[in-house]
Each structure stands twice: as C-alpha cells, then as structure tokens.
Design a protein around this ligand. Structure first.
Ligand code: ATP
Ligand code: MG
Length: 329
C-alpha cells in the first residue's frame, strides 16, 4: 500500500467539527487504501507558547479523539511527534539546504504574524514548514492529505526532497499533496464568512467534539442564517445556510442538492433541528468513546509508546540515510 502521512496539532482542548469533517472523517476512509501514519504534532504546537501541563493533557485528548473518530491504532501508526527524535534532527539537516528567501515566502507565517508582528514571533514558527518537511520525508511518504492552506508547505517539501536527492544522491521519496475535499470546509456558525477555527475569538460558533450534545444542538439552532427563508446552497448570498447544508451532507452522506430539495419550503427552524440531530447523532458516540479512553490514561500512554517505537523504526532508518548522504556518519 502507498504510504500516507498527516497530523494535527494538540493546540486546543478538543477538536472541532471542522477538524472532524475536514480531516478526521477523511483520514478514517483512507486507512483502507494507504499505509498511514497519523501524528500528533506537539513540536509544531510549541512554536507558540503552551502551558506544559495543559499541553500534556491536550496530547492525550487528541490521541483519544483520533481513536474515537475511527483511526485504528493497530492498522495505522498513531504516534506523538516528540516521541521520535528523528523529526528534530532531520529538520536541522533540511534547514541547511533551505533558502532564507524561500522560507520567507511561506504565507502561513505571514498570516500567523499579521496581528502580533514578526518581531514577537519565535524562530520556530518561522521554520515550522521545514519541520513539516522532515515529518513527511522521514516516512518515505507518497501522499499527504492536507487542506489548501497547507499545500504550499507540501510544495516546499517536494522542492527540498528533490534538491537533497540531486545534491547528495537519492535519499528521499518525493511526496504528493492530496488536497482534501473543499466541500468538507466548515465555517463558523456565528460568522459563516470565516472557517471554523480553534483560534476564533469566541466559541459560540464552534462545535467542539467534547461539547455536551445539548450544547451542540443549541449552537446549531443559534447559527446565523439570513432573512430570505429559502434553503439552497449559495456561498456568496447565503453563507450560513450553505454551511449548514454542508454539515448536514457530511454527517448524513447525502448530497447537498438532495437535501436542499427536501428541506426547501420547510423553514429554518425545522432545518436547523434536522442539522442539530444529525450532528449530535454523529458526534455523541465519538464523545463517549473519547471520554472512555481518557479515563485510562496509562493504557493510552502505553499505546502511544508502542506506536512511537513503530514510527521510530522507519524514521531512524531514513535519518541515517540522510546523515550518511551528507557525509555526517
Ligand atoms: P488554527 O486556526 O490554529 O489553524 P484549525 O482549527 O484550523 O486551527 P488545524 O490544526 O490548523 O486547526 O487543522 C487541523 C486539520 O483540520 C487540518 O487538516 C485542516 O485542514 C482541518 N481543518 C481545520 N479547520 C477546518 C474547517 N473549518 N473545515 C474543514 N477542515 C478544517
Ligand atoms: Mg489551520
């Protein structure tokens, strides 16, 4: 099977519905067709300040949510990035063949420092894409499923791997990005012009996977819509209704066309109730399973340690090839 690599940051107390529909659901489906590595990228998370005790808990919570959301840790390798030392080591090697100008062109760094300014940002936030390249290359990854916001980083990874191979001899597999279904992009319920994001200012428009079902239903029933009253997809004119149709489609497996035909004329109240019911039906079992897994942190830690050993076996071999190719061992 072709090798797949992806990951998420443990940078919030819970995943949200956007992470679930836009990433986790799709990863789950890809497990059958790929030899998959799913990472909890804690080294990426510390590029902005984190409280150590909170971070430790968030790593466990994210691991539990991966498993509860359908990542099978016996089939796919589910591990924590910092448990495998090779990531930081390869990142250093790759940083020496990355141009400063090249790194400066990464738009995520510009976006993330637009508010606070670049002076205040850590160097780690700047070199983040090089660490991401190391993550991907260590596993001889062929396929990297990402949202469009990460596409530029995968392109950098391709450039760096090709450059390294040319300079030092064939060492890395050159990966390809697979851009995840943009129909799976979920927007903030209170502000449907922006994507649902854990860094939003208030969480009224965010459905957290660990929210209680009643709270989830309430958030969806309070979603911002419009005054027109018709239920159809129109991103520009009706972003709120379009977002709810997308959510209903992703949680029921039915097409947006089908759903708008069924619900048009029924009024927003009935429509929102249907969306709330579908989301709760999808998320309530995931929440329950997450809480069960978190009730036994020792078992979770044992599982993560075993998976880190599996990951390190692959990663260490690749790192050794890279070191030797550069004349370092
Ligand atoms: P941040 O605002 O800090 O970037 P985030 O909520 O976007 O946080 P990430 O950790 O960047 O979360 O993303 C994890 C995964 O979830 C990525 O694969 C990303 O593409 C996906 N994702 C994030 N937000 C959404 C969304 N609103 N809709 C669909 N997919 C999303
Ligand atoms: Mg993001």
């Amino acid at each position: 099977l072709p090798r797949l690599y992806s990951g998420m940051q443990p940078s919030s107390g819970s995943l949200h519905l956007g992470n679930y529909i836009g990433a986790l659901q799709q990863w789950r489906a890809m497990q059958d067709d790929y030899d998959a590595f799913f990472s909890i990228v804690d080294l990426h998370a510390i590029t902005v300040p984190q409280d150590p005790a909170v971070l430790r808990e968030q790593v466990r919570t994210l691991a539990a949510q991966y498993i509860a959301g359908g990542i099978d840790p016996d089939r796919s390798c589910l591990y924590v990035q910092s448990h495998v030392g090779a990531h930081a080591q390869l990142q250093w090697l790759l940083s020496t063949i990355t141009g400063f100008g090249e790194a400066s062109r990464m738009t995520q760094f510009k976006d993330k420092t637009a508010k606070g300014g670049q002076e205040a940002a850590s160097v780690g936030l700047f070199t983040y894409p090089i660490l991401m390249a190391a993550d991907i290359l260590l596993y001889d990854t062929q396929v990297v499923p990402v949202g469009d916001d990460q596409k530029q980083h995968v392109e950098l990874t391709r450039d760096l791997s090709e450059r390294f191979n040319k300079r030092f001899g064939k060492t890395f597999t050159v990966p390809k990005p697979v851009i995840l279904d943009s129909g799976a992009r979920i927007y903030d319920l209170q502000n449907p012009a922006s994507k649902m994001s854990k860094s939003a200012e208030t969480d009224k428009g965010i459905v957290w996977l660990l929210d209680e079902p009643a709270r989830t239903a309430k958030k969806i029933r309070s979603a911002v819509t419009d005054t027109e009253g018709s239920i159809r997809a129109d991103k520009a004119e009706k972003p709120g209704v379009t977002n709810l149709l997308g959510i209903l489609s992703a949680t029921t497996g039915r097409s947006v066309d089908d759903l708008s035909a069924e619900f048009d004329g029924q009024g927003y109240g009935a429509f929102k109730t249907a969306v709330a019911d579908a989301v709760v039906a999808e998320l309530a079992p995931v929440r329950e399973r997450t809480l069960e897994l978190l009730a036994d942190p020792a078992e979770l830690d044992r599982l993560l340690a075993a998976n880190a050993d599996r990951a390190a076996e692959v990663a260490d071999a690749t790192l050794r090839r890279a070191l030797e190719a550069m004349g370092l061992r």
